[in-house]
Design a protein around this ligand. Structure first.
Ligand code: ATP
Length: 235
């Protein structure tokens, strides 16, 4: 198992946001965490990324517990995040934003190679490498955010609502990109409100409600679950 999250609790001060969450990601899988607004999806993914520290529980990558290591060391274990809302440096160029992602010691040596891979995946970023990131379209900015995470050459890419605020055609592109990244051997944890799209690409999915993982399974089974259909698909 690549990632094993075991019974984690994450709180903001006294307010619990994720409660007793357990999930697994196998190497090379796309795993989706779906659920409504405020369910705890960002909290969960930020805890895995080392941005938030769980009060209890374990987060193991290849068997090593990283739940309590310094946040900036999590990327050394092959985990990178594309945060909600992209968080680019809008006044800096595409290239400068991408170079900020190449922090891992191993990644630094291979920075040129990683950059070439990102430009192969997103040719538009190569063409526009000197453009100011904030002047690009929403979809292109999302590509910069994904490219920046890939510069660290992760084994596990965490993506928080990659389709948020994008037009339907660009959302389709984004999910195609997620598949392409996964086909290159990178496992993906995808947090999404767009349950239909997320379940289309995922190999396995978890449903989170009010801080609890309430069910999980194969996407096909979840799509046939009457409660899921009623609550999320309006069927
Ligand atoms: P969204 O899609 O809106 O981002 P989400 O499923 O990602 O929703 P979280 O952002 O993880 O949900 O929020 C889970 C709970 O934690 C919510 O009740 C939210 O109000 C609360 N919360 C989130 N961030 C903070 C914070 N910085 N301080 C206090 N409470 C927070």
């Amino acid at each position: 198992m690549l990632l094993e999250v075991r019974n984690i609790h994450v709180a903001y001060g006294d307010a619990p946001a994720v409660w007793d969450a357990t999930l697994d990601i196998e190497a090379g899988q796309i795993v989706a965490v779906v659920g409504p607004n405020g369910a705890g999806k960002s909290t969960l993914i930020n805890a895995i990324a080392g941005i938030l520290r769980p009060a209890k529980g374990e987060i193991r990558i290849d068997g090593t517990d990283i739940a309590r290591i310094a946040g900036h060391r999590v990327c050394d274990h092959g985990i990178a995040i594309v945060p909600e809302g992209r968080r680019l440096f809008g006044h800096m160029s595409v290239l400068e934003n991408l170079e900020l992602g190449g922090h891992r010691p191993g990644a630094r040596a291979a920075r040129e190679e990683a950059l070439a891979e990102v430009f192969e995946l997103f040719p538009i970023l190569g063409e526009r490498r000197h453009q100011i990131a904030g002047s690009m379209s929403g979809g292109q900015q999302q590509m910069v955010a994904i490219g920046r995470a890939l510069m660290a050459r992760p084994r596990l890419l965490l993506m928080d609502e990659p389709s948020l605020g994008l037009s339907p055609a660009v959302v389709d592109d984004m999910f195609r990109i997620i598949r392409m990244i996964n086909e290159r051997g990178v496992a993906v944890l995808l947090v999404e409100q767009n349950i239909n799209k997320a379940l289309e690409v995922a190999h396995h999915a978890y449903v989170i409600e009010q801080g609890n993982i309430v069910t999980s399974g194969q996407p096909g089974a979840l799509l046939n679950n009457p409660r899921i259909r009623e609550a999320y698909l309006g069927i």
